[in-house]
Design a protein around this ligand. Structure first.
Ligand SMILES: *Cc1c(COP(=O)(O)O)cnc(C)c1O
Length: 359
């Protein structure tokens, strides 16, 4: 095949891409409607920043994050292998996704999350889908060590991004970006980096299409970590990662080496941004592009802002930022940055006076 498939995006990720991801004819076509997310040209925010800005709305996946792409393939393969229980460690979105796919496929699901460090919406998503939620007095990294061991037990399938099928599903995000740019890669792809599965997957996706001649050049990759959880930028594991961007609050990324390889091979860069810097982008996205993403996602745009300031990314470049997760998952952070509603009597005059006073 030399062109993109004609199967509609809504058919589900495995059905659409089965010839090009690691599945076979017997792999069940598990789907909850993942993939096929919009790439939005954010003209107003892009004009302010001086780039052609495209936002890949991975927050539009069924559980509100890109995790659904990889989870779909990991769960289909787990079913095929005869697993009865999914297990994962999670900062929140992996557990929300695993729980949803387990429910759809009729499997049990156990999610191990760090106590108190998980956004409210994400925890609820796992609970409503019927997962067993285990909170540990430890970090995501501690949880991952434990579930790697438990995943070896009979009937259990580990669905963290150390699972190779996760990467196979997630690489389709890169293909959709190219499709929506007229079978071209952007000049730069900006992406948050936590456990480093997604950056690995996007780079694989771009490379595969380049090798097949579907795109004529590769993008440069800008990986962005939080300043308090930046093991790849700082060059050493972080024992106690700290950031409000809980989805990337990870000190020992499982695919760190592959992330650095993607950066090097693409001629890109990996940088870190502080919580204050990421909050600026987090507020600008809904206010200037109408898109409300979670804090970890906004760090891709915070990275773009600083890369433009220091000249790493040239003005006028075509840039795609991956908005990995939905803002509604984490209302507690949003509450901190908004103006409270004004109180008013229930009539037009009073509301008119309030409008004038607000100007
Ligand atoms: C999982 C996640 C990330 C980090 O992705 P990795 O593959 O762990 O690097 C970033 N943002 C959101 C919203 C996530 O859920």
């Amino acid at each position: 095949m030399t062109t993109a498939p004609t199967t509609p995006r809504g058919a589900g990720l495995i059905e659409r891409w089965h010839d090009h991801i690691d599945v076979d004819d017997d792999t069940p076509r598990v789907t909850i409607g993942e993939g096929g997310t919009p790439l939005v040209h954010a003209r107003r925010l892009g004009e302010r920043l001086g780039v052609e800005l495209h936002l890949k709305l991975e927050l539009a996946n069924p559980t509100g994050s890109f995790k659904d792409r990889g989870m779909c393939v990991a769960v289909a393969r787990a079913v095929q292998a005869g697993a009865t229980t999914l297990i994962c460690a999670s900062t929140g979105n992996t557990s929300a996704s695993a729980a949803a796919f387990a429910a759809a496929a009729g499997l049990k699901c156990v999610v191990v999350v760090p106590s108190g460090k998980i956004a409210a919406g994400k925890l609820l998503q796992a609970q409503v889908a019927g997962a067993l939620v285990v909170q540990i007095d430890g970090s995501f990294d501690d949880g991952l060590v434990a579930v790697r061991e438990l995943g070896e037990r009979p009937g259990m399938a580990l669905v963290n991004s150390v699972n190779p099928y996760r990467i196979e599903g997630q690489k389709t995000g890169a293909w959709e970006v190219c499709e929506d740019l007229g079978m071209q890669a952007p000049d730069w792809l900006c992406i948050p980096v936590g456990n480093a599965g997604n950056i690995t997957a996007y780079w694989r996706g771009f490379r595969e299409w380049h090798e097949r001649g579907l795109i004529d050049r590769l993008p440069k990759i800008l990986g962005v970590q939080a300043a308090g959880a930046a093991p790849l930028v700082d060059g050493a594991p972080v024992e106690h990662p700290e950031t409000i961007a809980t989805a990337i609050r990870i000190g020992k990324p499982a695919r760190g080496d592959q992330a650095l390889e993607a950066i090097e091979q693409s001629g890109g860069r990996i940088i870190k941004r502080t919580d204050a810097e990421l909050l600026e982008a987090y507020a600008a996205l809904p206010a200037e592009a109408g898109i409300f993403c979670e804090p970890a996602s906004a760090i891709s745009v915070a990275g773009l802002m600083s890369a433009l300031e220091d000249g790493t990314i040239e003005r006028g470049a075509r840039v795609a930022c991956v908005l990995t997760g939905h803002g509604l998952k984490d209302p507690d952070t949003a509450v901190e940055i908004v103006t409270p509603p004004i109180h008013c009597a229930p009539n037009a005059d009073a509301i008119a006076r309030a409008i004038d006073a607000a100007d």
